[in-house]
Structures are given as C-alpha cells and as structure tokens.
Design a protein around this ligand. Structure first.
Ligand code: HPA
Length: 235
C-alpha cells in the first residue's frame, strides 16, 4: 500500500502501461485485457491488472503533468516493484515530419520544468528512453506499417504558456518534434530507480496548424498506439 495507490502488491504486475487519463486506463483494460481486476480507485485514478495474450500487465492512470505523473510512477516502483513503465499518451506536433494521428516513439525529453534542476543542481541530466524498448517499438512500428517517427519530445510544465511561441522556436531549432507534459519525469525516474521505460505518443493536435484530431479518430489512433505498446512489451 502507498499513499495514492491503495492495493495489495500482489495485484500489480511488474509491467505497467501509463495513460494520463484514468478513463483511458479503463478503456485499455476493457478492450485489451482478460481476467481484469481493478486495484485502485483513490482520487478516481483507476488502476487495473489483467492479461494480454497470456502476459500479465497493469494499467494505471497518472493525471497530467510531471508532478502528478511522478507520484504514480514513484509509488508503482517503490511500493509495488514495477520494473517496466510505458507511458501511452498524446502530444502536440511541432514538426512537419510528424503528422496528426502519427505515433512518436520518444527517444529523449527536453523540458522547461524545474524538477530536474531541483534534483541535480548544476548537473544537466539527459532523460532518455531504455534502448531495448525503444528499439523493439521501432521494429514493431515498422512491421505494422504505422505512421510513426522516433524523435525527441519537449516535456512542458504549462499547457497554457505565455512564452509558448519562444519555447516552440527553440525546440524546433534542435529538432525536437512534439510537446507533452510527462515524459521527462518518466525517463528521469527510470534512470534513478534503475528500471526500463518508454513513452509512446499519438499526435492529437498540431502546434503548426492548430488542427486537432476529432474524438472518434483520436480513439482509433490511441488504440493503434496501445497495440504497439503491448507488442513492444510482449511481442
Ligand atoms: N501541449 C502539451 N501537451 C500536450 C499537447 C500540447 O499541445 N497535446 C497533447 N499533449
């Protein structure tokens, strides 16, 4: 048991999918898993465990932003012995090479967050995915014929940001492809806690054109990403 996840440790698998939205956690459990149990409902941040093609896996909502994400990832590892964390989320594209509904396999994360400055002081840590998961995701995405890219994500602290245009310009100048609000913390915690991690993101909106994927198509591209995540972990 931990503060934000109240569960029997035996009920959480070593491999956990992490959508931001707890309703998406429920959707994944209902759509892809068998023999499902719900292990958490504290704060409505649902967590489920079941089986995908015989492989035991959990799905835990994290909320939005690095501080919320950090709480759930931290407790999953420290109190429930999670060993592989895969974020399945959405991002806004900042690159002509990454289109609406494509999947970004996030190689590394830039950020404007103060969290790592706080942790590491003058040392500038480089938060990266686990190579084995990154490589497997790349191979699976290619084999499935998905629209995807491997590249860096900018993990932003603010969705509504007065300096957003300036930050987008800097991100584009170093080839960073998209923006989310969690990956930097996932990759940092994974290194600190010596576990494996990866972020997969479907492009839900464009910071270039202002376009957004309509809700129905959003669900379809989300499903394709979840299938990629499961094939990456267990394929
Ligand atoms: N900004 C930050 N996070 C996001 C976005 C965005 O435009 N789209 C999806 N996640």
């Amino acid at each position: 048991m931990s503060i934000h996840i109240v569960a029997d440790p035996a009920n959480i698998a070593p491999t956990v999918l992490l959508p931001g939205d707890p309703l998406r956690a429920r959707h994944i459990a209902q759509t892809y898993l068998t023999d499902v149990i719900q292990y958490n409902e504290i704060r409505g941040m649902f967590g489920f465990t079941g089986y995908w093609q015989g492989n035991r896996v959990s799905v835990q909502g994290t909320g939005m932003g690095m501080p919320s994400f950090s709480i759930y990832a931290h407790e999953l590892v420290d109190s429930y012995h999670a060993k592989r964390l895969v974020r399945v989320g959405t991002c806004g594209t900042m690159s002509e090479q990454l289109h609406l509904r494509d999947i970004l396999i996030a190689q590394a994360a830039d950020s404007d967050s103060g969290m790592n400055e706080n942790r590491f002081g003058p040392y500038h840590f480089a938060p990266t995915a686990s190579f084995s998961l990154l490589y497997k995701a790349y191979e699976q995405a290619k084999a499935k014929g998905l629209g995807f890219a491997v590249g860096n994500v900018f993990t932003s602290d603010q969705f509504y940001d007065l300096k957003g245009d300036k930050k987008k310009q800097i991100a584009q100048s170093v080839g960073t492809m998209a923006v989310d609000m969690e990956t930097c913390e996932l990759y940092t915690l994974a290194h600190l806690k010596k576990i494996e991690s990866l972020t997969l993101l479907t492009v839900s909106d464009s910071l270039l054109s202002g376009e957004q994927v309509p809700p129905k198509q959003r669900q379809d591209s989300f499903n394709a990403m979840v299938e990629l995540a499961l094939a990456t972990l267990f394929g």
